[in-house]
Design a protein around this ligand. Structure first.
Ligand SMILES: [Zn+2]
Length: 146
């Protein structure tokens, strides 16, 4: 899926998701949690991301107050639930704890997407020695692009 997707330059999460999910045949709405919940409500709910699978669209809510790479990872985690078949229509999935198999599978999906984009020929920053998985490095790269 990702190999057919050109990573937007400059980095644009909404545009990337639009390109990535075009073949799914479902419109994807990215909905920043900061416009849905107050900071107190967000902390209380303990939610960083959430996906709702509607008949005609996917609604992905994400914490937009964190770093660009974390926002990307959260959105990819939620999208992972859909791609891995976890989301029945009308079912709500929260990124709260990662104890269940579905949660850890979705987390792996998100992580792999982050790494795939980093290795996709657009973001060339190599993994850092103190960050062997390179996720933080992507964050720095994305921050640099901003
Ligand atoms: Zn999840």
């Amino acid at each position: 899926m990702l190999s057919e997707v050109e990573v937007p330059q400059p980095w644009d999460l909404t545009e990337f998701v639009r390109r990535l999910t075009g073949p799914l045949g479902k419109h994807v709405d990215l909905r920043p949690l900061s416009s849905e919940l107050t900071p107190d409500q967000r902390v209380e709910a303990g939610i960083t991301g959430l996906i709702v699978n509607l008949p005609r669209s996917l609604q992905i809510f994400y914490d937009d107050t964190t770093t660009p790479v974390h926002q990307f990872a959260v959105v990819m985690h939620e999208l992972g639930h859909y791609c891995l078949g976890h989301t029945d229509t009308g079912k709500v999935q929260c990124r709260v704890d990662l104890q269940t198999t579905e949660e850890s599978d979705a987390e792996d999906f998100g992580r792999e997407m982050v790494l795939a984009v980093r290795g996709g020929g657009t973001l060339h920053r190599p993994p850092h020695s103190d960050d062997p998985e390179g996720v933080q490095s992507l964050g720095e790269a994305l921050a640099d692009i901003d």
